[in-house]
Design a protein around this ligand. Structure first.
Ligand code: ATP
Length: 264
């Protein structure tokens, strides 16, 4: 039987003014339903490119992506993306930003009252129901990311695609949001692919960490299975030998694959 999400021998070549650029080569990954996968690797190795291919925003040159055995060839509500810099519409309230997505995805299947309850439920999940009437410029960066995550969850996607969702946040806000995401993901059983540069974030949240080689022609170099029991609590894990082992593995990998310019 095929995996829930299957990235099969994906390669991509971009045509640029300077000629063609081979970004990814022979990328293969099978993701199970409910799995939390992190993708880590040096800048420019092709993490966003993989995510965008899964999102259907980019077309692979070779190979392809199957989600529940159906080929991904365009963006769709079954794959919600959260970017580093939130993509909320600034002229709509927090509530209406989520409503837009909910009406699109659930407009035919849920009544108006059900949709309202669903919007509020998802705002409560990320603890943003108190700010439902505010516009994005009236709330902080961390709050905007919370709303972006609520909007993605409200679409009930098969796969949640997170491109450095906490990259632009301060350490404390980031830690809070990681904890909420972990708790929500465990509760709802979402299938998640998340790009990160943060080793602790990857170990804390993931079932598996996909480590990429440097480009051009980047591929998956190593996959680390993170066998830490849940619930995972960051304070307790700080002294946990297994946690520190995984952390060291990823750091060793990144150090060993440092781009030539950074290795000196
Ligand atoms: N549309 C494009 N045209 C040409 N080259 C591209 C295009 N998109 C990405 N690339 C190149 O492909 C490579 C991978 O880019 P990508 O953005 O996926 O890397 P990344 O690992 O996500 O980087 P970062 O961690 O810095 O965000 C880079 O060398 C980038 O310059």
């Amino acid at each position: 039987m095929n995996a829930y999400l299957s990235i099969d021998d994906v390669g991509i070549t971009f045509q640029t003014e300077k000629g063609s650029f081979r970004a990814l080569d022979h990328v293969n990954l099978k993701v199970e339903k409910g799995e939390f996968i992190s993708i880590i690797g040096h800048s420019g190795c092709g993490k966003s490119t993989i995510l965008n291919i899964v999102a259907g925003l980019l077309q692979a040159t070779e190979g392809g992506v199957l989600l529940e055995n159906r080929e991904v060839d365009s963006p769709g509500p079954d794959r919600a993306v959260v970017f580093q810099n939130h993509s909320l519409l600034p002229w709509l309230s927090v509530y209406d930003n989520i409503k837009l997505a909910v009406d699109k995805v659930h407009g035919k299947t849920k009544s108006k009252e059900e949709r309202h309850a669903w919007i509020m439920h998802n705002l409560q999940l990320v603890r943003m129901d108190h700010a439902k009437d505010k516009t994005p410029n009236e709330i902080s960066g961390g709050m905007k990311q919370r709303v972006g995550i609520a909007r993605a969850l409200a679409m009930e996607p098969k796969v949640l695609l997170l491109d450095e969702p906490f990259g632009a946040l301060d350490a404390l806000t980031r830690a809070h949001l990681q904890d909420s995401l972990l708790e929500i993901q465990r509760r709802l059983g979402n299938t998640v692919m998340m790009i990160t540069h943060d080793v602790d974030e990857a170990v804390l949240l993931s079932d598996r960490i996909v480590m990429m080689s440097n480009g051009p022609a980047a591929s998956i170099a190593q996959i680390l299975k993170v066998d830490l029991p849940h619930p995972r609590r960051r304070v307790e894990l700080a002294d946990d030998a297994q946690y520190n082992h995984y952390r060291a593995e990823v750091l060793r990998f990144l150090h060993g694959h440092a781009p030539a310019s950074a290795a000196a």
